[in-house]
Design a binder for this molecule. Structure first.
Ligand SMILES: Nc1ncnc2c1ncn2[C@@H]1O[C@H](COP(=O)(O)OP(=O)(O)OP(=O)(O)O)[C@@H](O)[C@H]1O
Length: 351
C-alpha cells in the first residue's frame, strides 16, 4: 500500500546540508498498522512527511495505493491537481492536533470537505458521521479550547478521515497525551484499522505504542531503516534489536545465576506455543531437572509472547537432544551460557 524506494532528503539550512533520509526502502502492506520508531533526529518525521509529499524528497520514489506520488507535478508549496487528489486519499494526524481554535469541532471536521466543494448539507452529514465514529457525537458545537487533549486528537482523527482515505499517517499522535488517553487513542486507531480496513503508518519514539498497536515495525537510525519486519518475525529473530527493546531480556534476571555447571537457555514462545506445557513435557520425556531462572509473558501486537530463562544440567553437548526437542515444538531456543564448560558465550548461540 505504501512503498518508498531509495528515498533521500537533504535539507539546506544556513548554507549547511543535513541528510535527513539516506536511502529509505519502506514497505507497508494494505490493512496493517506499521510503526516507525527511532531516537530524536533519526528522520521519522521527514519520512512520514515525504510519504504524503508535504516534504518533497530529494531523490527516490514514493508510491501510495498504486500511485507514484513522486511522479506527479507540484512543489512543496503548490501541489498539482493530481497530487492534491492523491493526497486526499491520505489522512494525517499530528502531535499537536493542528485544529483551528476559532472553528467549532464540526467546522474543523468540515474543513477538508469545504475544499473538495461538497455542499453544506453533505458536509454536515459527513462531519456528524465522523464525529460519531470517533466517539464525539455530542461535541459538534464545542470549540477546541473546551476539549481535553484526547478529545482534540479524536477531532484530528475525524478530520483526517473526511476524504475517505485508504491510508492514515500519524505523526506522534499520542506523544502529547497521558498514558490512559494514549491507550484510548491507540484503541481507536486499531478499531478504524479493522473496521474501515485503513492502513496506518505511524511514527513514534515510544516502544509501548509499537507493542500495543502495530503489526509491523521499522527501526530508524541516522536517516536509515536499520531493521524492519512483522512483530512476529522480529520476535523470532534472536539478533533483532527491536525485539530486545520490545521485550527486554534484562527482565529475566541474571543468566549467570543458578547452578555452577549447566546450560542456560532462553526460550521464546508466541502464539499457539505459548499454551503448551513444554517445560513439564521436557522434564518428563528426558528425565532432566530444569531450573527456572526467570520468565515473563506479554501481549505484543495482540499476541501472547513469552520468554523464559532456564538451566539444564550439563554442558551444551549433553543437551543437544532436549534443545532439539524444544525447537521441534516450534519454540525459539537460544543457548545463552554454558557455565562450567570451556565455552564462555554470552550471546545467543544457536547450534
Ligand atoms: N526543515 C528542516 N531544515 C533543516 N533540517 C531539518 C529540517 N527538518 C528536519 N531537519 C533535520 O533532519 C534530521 C531528521 O529530522 P526529523 O525531524 O525527521 O527526525 P525525527 O526522527 O522525526 O526526530 P524527532 O523525534 O525529534 O521529531 C535532523 O537532523 C533535523 O535536524
Amino acid at each position: 500500500m505504501i512503498t518508498t524506494k531509495d528515498l533521500t532528503k537533504v535539507y539546506t539550512s544556513r548554507g549547511r546540508q543535513v541528510s535527513a533520509l539516506r536511502g529509505v526502502d519502506l514497505h507497508v502492506r494494505e490493512g496493517e498498522v506499521y510503526g516507525v520508531v527511532g531516537t530524536s533526529g533519526a528522520g521519522k518525521s521527514t519520512l512520514i512527511r515525504c510519504v504524503n509529499m508535504l516534504e518533497r524528497p530529494t531523490s527516490g520514489t514514493v508510491t501510495v495505493d498504486g500511485v507514484e506520488l513522486t511522479a506527479l507535478r507540484g512543489s512543496e508549496h503548490r501541489a498539482g491537481r493530481e497530487l492534491r487528489e492523491a493526497r486526499r486519499r491520505i489522512g494525517m494526524v499530528f502531535q499537536h492536533f493542528n485544529l483551528l481554535s476559532s472553528r467549532t469541532v464540526q467546522e474543523n471536521v468540515e474543513l477538508p470537505l469545504e475544499i473538495t466543494g461538497l455542499d453544506r448539507t453533505g458536509r454536515r452529514r459527513k462531519a456528524a458521521e465522523l464525529l460519531e465514529l470517533v466517539g464525539l457525537g455530542g461535541k459538534a458545537r464545542a470549540y477546541p479550547g473546551q476539549l481535553s487533549g484526547g478529545q482534540k486528537q479524536r477531532v484530528g482523527i475525524a478530520r483526517a478521515l473526511a476524504g475517505d482515505p485508504k491510508v492514515l499517517l500519524s505523526d506522534e499522535a499520542t506523544s502529547a497525551l497521558d498514558p490512559e488517553t494514549t491507550r484510548s487513542i491507540l484503541e481507536l486507531l486499531r478499531t478504524l484499522n479493522q473496521e474501515l480496513g485503513l492502513t496506518v503508518l505511524l511514527i513514534t519514539h515510544e516502544m509501548d505504542v509499537i507493542k500495543s498497536v502495530c503489526d509491523s515495525a521499522a527501526l530508524m537510525r541516522d536517516g536509515r531503516i536499520v531493521e524492519a519486519g512483522t512483530l512476529t518475525d522480529l520476535l523470532a529473530d534472536d539478533s533483532s534489536q527491536l525485539a530486545r527493546e520490545l521485550f527486554p531480556l534484562g527482565d529475566l534476571g541474571d543468566p549467570g545465576a543458578g547452578r555452577p555447571d549447566g546450560t542456560v537457555l532462553e526460550i521464546t514462545f508466541q502464539g499457539d506455543t505459548s499454551t503448551q506445557p513444554f517445560i513439564s513435557q521436557l522434564a518428563r520425556t528426558y528425565q532432566v531437572d530444569i531450573n527456572i531462572l526467570g520468565a515473563a509473558v506479554e501481549t505484543i501486537g495482540g499476541r501472547q509472547v513469552g520468554r523464559m530463562r532456564v538451566q539444564l544440567p550439563g554442558g551444551h553437548q549433553d543437551n543437544v537432544v532436549p534443545i532439539g526437542y524444544l525447537r521441534e515444538q516450534g519454540l525459539q531456543v537460544d543457548v545463552v551460557t554454558e557455565t562450567g564448560a570451556n565455552t564462555d558465550s554470552t550471546t545467543g548461540v544457536v547450534a
